[in-house]
Structures are given as C-alpha cells and as structure tokens.
Design a protein around this ligand. Structure first.
Ligand code: FES
Ligand SMILES: [Fe+2]
Length: 459
C-alpha cells in the first residue's frame, strides 16, 4: 500500500480498490468544504502578465466563487485584491478587464488604490469625525502573488508554500509545456461558458484518453477531425509511427504524478516519433502542429528527458489545464455547475498562417463553440445529474483501469509510468483532493500529503 493518510474524506477515495464515492460530485456540504480547503488555500491561476502590462491594468478573475482583481500597481507590482468593498461588501470593479487609476465603490464611494489601500472615504471629516482608521480598511489582499514565466497565480493563504515549490517538478513541467512554445501572447477575449457539471468531472476528463472514440465519434464522422484512412500518405506514415488510432488515441501513454495533486496524463512523444515528424516537416500540419517547439534547444533543456517526451495534458491542482496553445480554468459554481474559461495564446514567432490555424482550433475544438467540448460537456452534465440521487450515491465510481500493472520510473525527480490508456492521473487527483479536504491548514497538508510514488512501486 502506497498511501497511509486516513481521515473522513480519505474514506471517499479508495486508491487500493480504485473506487470513488459519488457524493463528492453532488453534496452541497462537501462543495463548501472544497471552497474553504481547496480554493481558498491553493495557488489559483489569475491571468497572463501580457494582460496587465501597465500600471492600472486589471483583469477580473476568481478564487473559487469569489471575484478578485488582478492588477498592477504604480510600482509595477502585481496585486490580487478581493473585489468586495470593506464597507457594505459591494463589488468595487464591474468591468472584466481594463485600466483604472483607482477602484471607486459605486455604493457610498469608498475609493481604493491599485494596491488595495483605502484612499478615499466620503464624509471622512463630517460623518466619521476622522476616527476611521483607513489603514485597517483596505481591500482584502491575496496572501501571496507570484508569476511563473508570465503566468500569474495567487493564493489567499499566506502559509502556502511559494509558487515554484507548490508547482514542484511536475507542475513546472506542466506549465513549461505551454510556456516553452515560444514568446506567448494572449489572443484577446477569454471565452467563458457554464456547463451543468461538477468541476471535478471536467478536471477528470482532461486526463481521459479512453472516451475520444466514443464521445467524439461525431467530430470524426463529420470530417472536422481527420480519420486515419482519410489522411494524406505522409500523415498516415506519421500516424503509423506514432501509433495513433483513428480516434486520435495513441496506445503509448504516460502518466506523470506530482505532489499536491499535480499530474500529466496522455500520450508520450518519443524521439523516434519526433524525428519522423521532423522529416515530414510542414506536411504534418493537422495532426500535431503544436509540438514542434520540442525541437528547440531551450525547450529540450528546460523540459529535460522526461518532459520532452511528455505530450499529455497537465493539470495544475486544482483546476488549471493546459492543452495545445490554450489554458482552461474549471471554476466551481456550486456542486452541479462549472464555469469554464479558455485563454488562447499564440507564440509571436509563428507565421500568420499558423496563427490562423491555432485560433481556428481554439474556437472550434473547445469553448462554447467547440465541437469536442460540446460532446464532453453533455456527458459531464448527464453524469452530474445521474449521480445526484440517493440510490445512485450508494454505489462508487470505478477507477480500476490498469491498476497494479506498471512499475514507476523516477527520472530527474519526476515519477511516471509509461503504459496504455489508464486512469492513474484521475485517481491520483482524487486522492490529493481527499488529502486537501482532510487537512485543516497548510501546515497539516505539508505533513500529510502523499509524496509521488517511488521508483519500482507498482501502481
Ligand atoms: S459599500 Fe462600498 S462604500 Fe459602501
Ligand atoms: Fe473530450
């Protein structure tokens, strides 16, 4: 047995038998603990630095269900401020993004500086008789704010480890798989939409390479995504080398498991496949267009031996997913609703033609108009509905695929397995979820969270 932490939430995730209690997707009380113990404690992704380059630039983001303002103050420092006036709680910023000199509350006019300090109070002399201690009534500030290669994160908990330590080698690898694509620029307009599902089902699915051929059959049948028999001879050759099935699901899979629940799941991309692709050059436009950065010396140096071959989907615990040139947040909106945000990046180095392909795919794969996300969202919605019932909740979900089959390899401080399609990243995520939920503080979580599996462990 690899895991020994026990507590009330640990009983809901049984990694030894591969079973997860359905109530964690439906129960209001459990959801409220998630807001407290996961979202109010974790490092949450806010925005990209290119969204707020100048003093006064701001972008409204969320920590759990709470609106926060990510901004840059007059000194150029990143600030993350709770968007709630200290007087009667009104939101002090209504625009989703923009530039401001200060944040004026529209209720009674308290005014806050870009660093959150309370700088203006109507009636300070006549009504408050100069007795209000303004230094104590600034906007609530994040406990820590930091940027990793331009990606801005914040945690409300000052006891959280620093961002780089929180990410650890697996979280950093996940971020690097996007950051090393080039000099990234955000495409204007973050896509936002609601799906009637528990946020964890959306996270679970990002690791899921089992569903594509069934869930996304219509996308392949429609011709939107190429079917193997219809590919050009060059693509067919590449697909053969890369062992890509008609549904895009390769059999060579890698699961990378990190501390605090970070994980990467999906295909690996070996040197042989990369060399084959390099020979095909521009002809392999459709299948794997966003992986050429792996040939860059800097990417190879940063990603290392393990990362350079890792082509699956990273999740930065709890809810940040990177895929292609996009990044998605799965924001909780109650146990049965999730708000999905999509940020799309284009490396400045790419041609205009490639830029168009990246933006086209961003609009048509995921997001509200995305063919794949419509397929996925429908399933997550139905799973959420069908798990609400008292009878349904008597029966656990099954995560037994590939259990106990593969010894762990540890290389460059990263634990991973190379195997076929499996559910290890999902089970790892739920296990971390239980550990976060059982811990009543960062101090405890640091003690009780599971270390990544050791070399030779059979998982
Ligand atoms: S609620 Fe903001 S000034 Fe009163
Ligand atoms: Fe999908």
């Amino acid at each position: 047995m690899l895991y020994d932490t026990q507590g009330p939430f640990r009983t809901m995730v049984d990694e030894n038998t591969g079973q997860v209690d359905r109530s964690i997707f439906a129960d209001q009380a459990i959801y409220e603990v998630e807001l407290e113990r996961i979202f109010a404690r974790a490092w949450n992704f806010m925005c990209h630095e290119t969204q707020i380059p100048k003093a006064g630039d701001f972008f409204l983001s969320f920590i759990g269900e709470e609106s926060v303002i990510a901004t840059r103050d007059k000194k150029g420092e990143l600030q993350v401020l709770l968007n709630s006036c200290r007087h009667r709680g009104n939101a002090v910023c209504r625009a989703e993004e923009g530039n401001a000199r200060s944040f004026l509350c529209t209720y009674h006019g308290w005014t806050y500086g870009l660093d959150g300090s309370l700088i203006g109070v109507p009636g300070y002399k006549d009504f408050y008789h100069e007795q209000l201690d303004k230094s104590q009534w600034g906007l609530v500030k994040a406990g820590k704010v930091a940027s990793y290669k331009g990606f801005v994160f914040a945690t409300m908990d000052p006891e959280a480890p620093d961002l780089e330590e929180y990410l650890g080698p697996v979280g950093r690898m996940g971020m690097d798989l996007l950051a090393e694509k080039g000099n990234l620029e955000l495409v204007g307009g973050v896509q936002k939409n609601l799906i009637g599902c528990n946020w964890k089902l959306a996270v679970d699915n990002l690791f899921d390479w089992y569903h594509s051929q069934i869930s996304h059959a219509s996308a392949f049948i429609s011709g939107f995504r190429p079917q193997l028999e219809k590919l050009s001879p060059e693509d067919q050759e590449l697909a053969r080398i890369a062992d890509i099935g008609a549904g895009g699901a390769r059999t060579l899979q890698r699961a990378v498991l990190g501390a605090y629940g970070h994980a990467i799941g999906g295909p690996r991309l070996t040197k042989i496949e990369r060399e084959a692709r390099a020979k095909l050059g521009d002809k392999v436009e459709i299948l794997l267009y966003d992986d050429r950065f792996r040939e860059l010396p800097k990417a190879q140096e940063v990603l290392g031996e393990v990362g350079i071959d890792t082509a699956g989907h990273p999740n930065i615990f709890p809810n940040l997913w990177m895929t292609g040139c996009q990044l998605a947040l799965r924001l909780p909106r109650g146990p049965s609703t999730c708000e999905i945000w999509w940020f799309t990046f284009v490396p400045k180095e790419v041609s205009e033609e490639r830029r168009k392909v990246i933006i086209h795919d961003a609009n048509h794969l995921f997001g509200p108009a995305g063919l794949l996300e419509q397929d996925d969202g429908e399933n997550w919605d139905q799973s959420t509905r069908a798990m609400r019932g008292v009878i349904a909740q008597r029966y656990p979900l099954n995560f037994q695929m590939g259990m106990g089959q593969t010894p762990v390899t540890v290389n460059e401080g990263v634990s991973y397995i190379d195997t076929s399609i499996n559910e290890h990243p999902q089970l790892w995520t739920y296990r971390a979820w239980a550990e976060w939920m059982d811990a009543d503080s960062w101090a405890q979580l640091k003690q009780t969270h599971s270390a990544p599996p050791k070399a030779g462990d059979l998982i």
